[in-house]
Design a protein. Sequence first.
Length: 261
Amino acid sequence: MTATATATPGNRGILRVNPVAKLAAALLLAGVLVLTIDWVSAAVALACELVLFFWAGMSFRIFVLRTLPVWLAAPAAGLTTLLYGQAAGAEYWQFGLIHITDGSVELAVATLLRVLAIGLPAVVLFVTVDPTDLADGLGQVVRLPARFVLGGLAALRLVGLLMEDWRALERARRARGIADRGVIRRLSGQAFALLVLSIRRGSKLATAMEARGFGGTTTRTWARPSDFGRREVALIGLGLFVGALAVAVSVATGSWNFVLG
């Protein structure tokens, strides 16, 4: 299984960037945006991101398909905040626990933009990440324990197999005539069977990895070097610049609303 987008001449540049840099840039930008609840900082960050997405190398179709959950989640979060957010200023409509005021409208807009500003770059960056490259980067650049990194890589590689097992169980149960009715009962029984199968496969995989020395305390060698150079520094610098610009504009306009203040 791989989570990467199809390599095209336009996105080879972003594919060559070390996954650790992509992770750092996404976390850096998200960390800045979660410090405040205001629409100005989120709008500035989102505007910069939309411009930078043109150089990400993803086709418009792939961009829309991969980021569709974010586009659906953002309005839902904004609507919930609009209806149940903090009441402040003039009240436009009220019914029971639902109230729409100046404060809830402003908070809803800020929430919608923050979800987009945090979610879109995360999806765009991680859609071009190969799990093996990420494990190499975490082990060689971040210096995380090899046992933890390789165990996580093995688990991630089994996600695709888990989906295949689910489809195989569904076909087998249908062939035996035990999946024709009772949706809740069928899904619960199939989920339990998948859980048992996953535990057994995980135990076998753990034993096999231990037998091959993955649990040893000696320093491991890596088949592929994980380079961290100017491209990675530039990407992290872009994330830092966008975050700093969003904060600067928010503070300058008086919109900065520190969440811990």
